[in-house]
Design a protein around this ligand. Sequence first.
Ligand code: ZN
Length: 435
Amino acid sequence: MKLITCASLLLALSSASAWAQSTLIYAGKILPAANADVLERQTLEVVDGRVQGIHEGYVSAQTLGLADAHIIDLKEQFVMPGLIDLHVHISFERDPQADPERWLKEVEADQALRATQFLGNTLNAGFTTVRDLGSYNEVIFPLQRAVESGVVQGPRIIAAGEAVTPTGGHGDLHGYRQEVLDAFAPRMGVCNGADDCTRAVREIVKAGAQVIKITATGGVLSNTQAGLNQQLTDEEMKAIVDTAHNLGRPVTAHAHSAQGVAAALRSGVDSIEHGSYANDETVALFKSTGAYLVPTLLAGISVSEEVKHNDKVPQAIVDKITQVAPVVKASFQRALDEGVNIAFGTDSGVSRHGDNAREFALLVEYGMSPREALATSLEQAPKLLNMSKEVGKLQNGYYADVIAVAQSPLKDISQLSAVTFVMKEGKVIKHHEQD
Ligand SMILES: [Zn+2]
């Protein structure tokens, strides 16, 4: 196996593009969509960054009426659409070894520059679209523009910007004297009362958000003993949801306690992140509203692993991890058994960027079939992004976001952790070639 560097490959492609915008991928096996049959010996035609068709057999450019085409040989590979992750924090990554005073010394650009590495790791792992649910506005929106314009290589970003949170809530800053908090706490998203939360949503949308993230309940990784119960009031959440929906933005709620999950669902949110606790009421509300659960199983596993080795984690956080970890699996399985809509999200940033595909293995370990697990990313996630006609499938008109693995992930889901080929919008990002 030999890794062709991105730079040399891109150079080759861009010099070729002067006369050919077309690429033909010869796929030994191809899964065009999560619910499709696996086809063998097919040619995937890519023109100007979009899928132009899938043809039986390995056909030439001339046969397709193309003047010329770049040929990519994946005859020994299993080809499928690029993966989608609905919950990442691309601007940071938990790092127990990092200087604990780093955030006091740095400016936003430090975060953005570090994030270019996280974007690369995520894209190279086969994730071609991500939704960022909580980064500083000054970091995430410039990153989004940089990826869009090709200045930085990374997955397409759909971004929430700052989370909407009450004073002292999970999205606020904790544990320092007031002058420090005044200097560093989030400026836009902290709100109290329905009118003020309406303001927060409007400002965040104005700053560039495509989706609104709220912290409906306490969170595991905030340094406060405020627990995991409801934090935004019913009235605040209703105001947030109405304002966001009127501005054409979906709302997703970080929520752990069952009572908080239920309150968020009653207010009309489109999805729940984590949803660690479940009861009869939450399951009934998920089903009657059609809202999605984004279970982020990997986040729970990663923090549980981290506290075993990192004795610097504050006690308030350790207590909440100990409280939540044992209930997550049962709540997920209940949602699965009862037919709740489930979509794919990892909370990467809590775990390492690039390890996102571990979530698939957990979904399968906890009871999903490999095909169901794939559908959470390729079928359900695009619906929450309002991108069902653009990502998640290899069909005419869709973005040519293409990945390959050595063996079928329908037989062995862990294959998704060893992606051999990545193309985003027709551009080859990674290609391990056999010698
Ligand atoms: Zn998160």
